[in-house]
Design a protein around this ligand. Sequence first.
Ligand SMILES: [Cu+2]
Length: 167
Amino acid sequence: MFDRKPRTVLTAACLAALAGPPLSLTAADASPGHGQTAFGEPGEASAVDRTVRLAVDGMSYGADRLEVKAGETVRFVIENGSAIVHDFTIGDAATQAAHRREMTAMMGEPDGGMAHDDANAVLLEPGATGEIIWTFSEPGSFEFACNVPGHYQAGMKGTLAVVRDGS
Ligand SMILES: [Cu+2]
């Protein structure tokens, strides 16, 4: 016959041990769409400071450099006036490369879908308009790019410069 009391104490101790060390951020937690990144975090519509509009024509966004301010919340509105699907992703080079791999992999899926819910990316069907609301944190040089297979390589990308507010 077991005495229940020690077991209860042990369980409590185990729980305390589990809860003890602070949970470290995993790669998944740090990925765009799940919170903060080096280039900022998803923004709130109510906090938008400025709207940046881009019109996609062929393999071009019509701009090869965008400048935003650190701390600024920007609504990017991208209108796809071309006849093919495009994507608009903001991030650092590693994020862009990861997203390209992701989209290339998705091309092989049965539904052929490249749908994704990363907060730093939006898929644009022909004729459709999409948007991203993003709050930039630190100054730095990042990228905006289309990660539909072949498009980045064809030059569908640009510099996203985050400058210090006031500069
Ligand atoms: Cu594209």
